[in-house]
Design a protein around this ligand. Structure first.
Ligand SMILES: NC(=O)c1ccc[n+]([C@@H]2O[C@H](COP(=O)([O-])OP(=O)(O)OC[C@H]3O[C@@H](n4cnc5c(N)ncnc54)[C@H](O)[C@@H]3O)[C@@H](O)[C@H]2O)c1
Length: 410
């Protein structure tokens, strides 16, 4: 028997995931929830929805959805709402998928507190929590995790992660913000936000750090121990950055495995640092991954390095396979007559969206911990919080707290 799931928040991002959840072979029933009913109606009217959506399963508020008998909820509301809604949902007995970030608010201590509360709620309720971090299922991350499992990096010595999203880039952050505050929930936030301004708390791009931190952390399976960071403050008086101490932040971490990691979160810059806006590089004593190239010298503790072999990789080669029945179901969203699962090309943030949906749905169906569980999500998030604190203290070196591993390990 499959699972039932409620999709909460059918705005810009949530609506792009709706058909993936609906078409997954292990999902029997889908409920929709948005405070703006026309957003639900738009999704419900798409082809194929009549098979898994019952008329009783349209909710214009989260509280009512949580009273229903769905097994799980997938939260795509605005970023300041995720953590509170995730905790409420788990307390109501629902497994939770949350779009990134865990939560984004100007106060770093509040973010740390919510990471702890989500972990505590997983423990007390036994419900599963998964963060929908897109970088985790980018092809580069899948490839590097495979190489790490084989020991092909040797010992990790250094990594870089960066998220370069200029405020005026193609996915324009001014427009995204306007869209998010245009709904009922958005207007309420404008009021709540005033409490941070009143106390002088300033935000920073490191409060949305998971696209840059998750690559090095998930490949090396290490967490941050210490950080030193600096910020660049906007100098043009741009109103977008009025609540921000810095528009760009750069941090250097010492990791639990002894490696050093450099993280950049940039919102005011031309282009990107490397070939991609969102990327990571991992350097080991034996293997190095950078800009879609794998370089290996085959060094071991008992034999010296051999001549370096450099392999250029394409995305298809780097991805893990999806189960054929899942790939076919996803392919049939846009090609109903399709019969060949290998024709499916994953799309959405490097092709990560189908993988995120498959991981969460199968974790719930199999009653196992999802890959990006609450403990893993906290590690990505805490790095950013502590980096912002260090930048506010002019680069003071700070210890990075760790919430540990989940019961039973990852
Ligand atoms: N790469 C990525 O992982 C990535 C990319 C884009 C967006 N996101 C995340 O996706 C989330 C959604 O972003 P968006 O641009 O779609 O926002 P949006 O404002 O377009 O949509 C949010 C929706 O949630 C609804 N909502 C809010 N509170 C609700 C409640 N209590 N009950 C029911 N519905 C409620 C709103 O009415 C709105 O329709 C954000 O948190 C963002 O950080 C992640």
């Amino acid at each position: 028997m499959g699972i039932s799931i409620g999709l909460v928040g059918l705005g810009q991002f949530g609506k792009t995931f709706a058909d993936l959840f609906r078409s997954h072979p292990l999902v029997d029933r889908v409920a929709l929830c948005d405070r703006e009913p026309e957003r639900m109606i738009q999704v419900a009217g798409r082809p194929g929805w009549e098979r898994k959506l019952e008329s009783r399963d349209m909710y214009d508020n989260l509280a009512d959805l949580l009273k229903s008998d769905v097994d799980a909820v997938a939260i795509f509301t605005q970023p300041w709402l995720h953590a509170l809604q995730a905790v409420e949902a788990m307390k109501a007995g629902k497994h939770v998928y949350s779009a990134v970030p865990v939560i984004s608010v100007p106060d770093g201590d509040e973010i740390l507190d919510w990471c702890g509360r989500i972990i505590d709620t997983c423990r007390s309720t036994g419900c599963l929590y998964m963060l929908g971090e897109t970088t985790y299922y980018r092809p580069q991350a899948m490839f590097c995790r495979r190489k790490a499992r084989e020991g092909a990096f040797g010992r990790f010595v250094y990594a870089e992660g960066e998220y370069c999203h200029d405020v005026d880039a193609r996915s324009n952050l001014r427009m995204v913000e306007q869209a998010r505050i245009s709904s009922g929930a958005g207007k309420e936030w404008l009021e709540q936000k005033k409490k941070y301004s009143a106390t002088g708390i300033k935000n920073g791009p490191m409060h949305y750090p998971t696209h840059s931190t998750s690559g090095p952390v998930c490949v090396m399976r290490a967490h941050a121990v210490k950080v030193t960071a600096y910020g660049y403050a906007n100098r043009s008086g741009d109103p977008y950055f009025a609540d921000y101490a810095y528009s760009n932040e750069v941090a250097l971490f010492l990791m639990s495995n002894g490696a050093t990691v450099r993280i950049c979160e940039m919102r005011e810059m031309a282009g990107s640092i490397g070939q991609e806006n969102e990327t990571f590089r991992i350097v080991g004593t034996r293997g190095t991954f950078s800009e879609n190239r794998w370089k290996e010298n085959f060094r071991t503790d008992t034999s010296p390095a051999r001549p370096l072999v450099v392999e250029s990789l394409d995305e298809k080669a780097m991805r893990d396979p999806l189960p054929p029945e899942v790939a076919l179901a996803f392919h049939q969203i846009h090609h109903p007559e399709a019969t060949n699962p290998t024709d499916f090309t994953p799309s959405g943030h490097g092709g990560s969206h189908p993988y995120l949906v498959h991981e969460f749905v199968s974790a719930v169906a199999e009653e196992r911990l999802p890959a990006i569980n609450a403990w893993e999500a906290a590690r990505y998030t805490v790095m950013g919080v502590m980096a912002h604190k260090s930048a506010l203290r002019d680069g003071e070196t700070l210890q990075v707290p760790d919430f540990g591993d989940p019961p039973g390990g990852c």
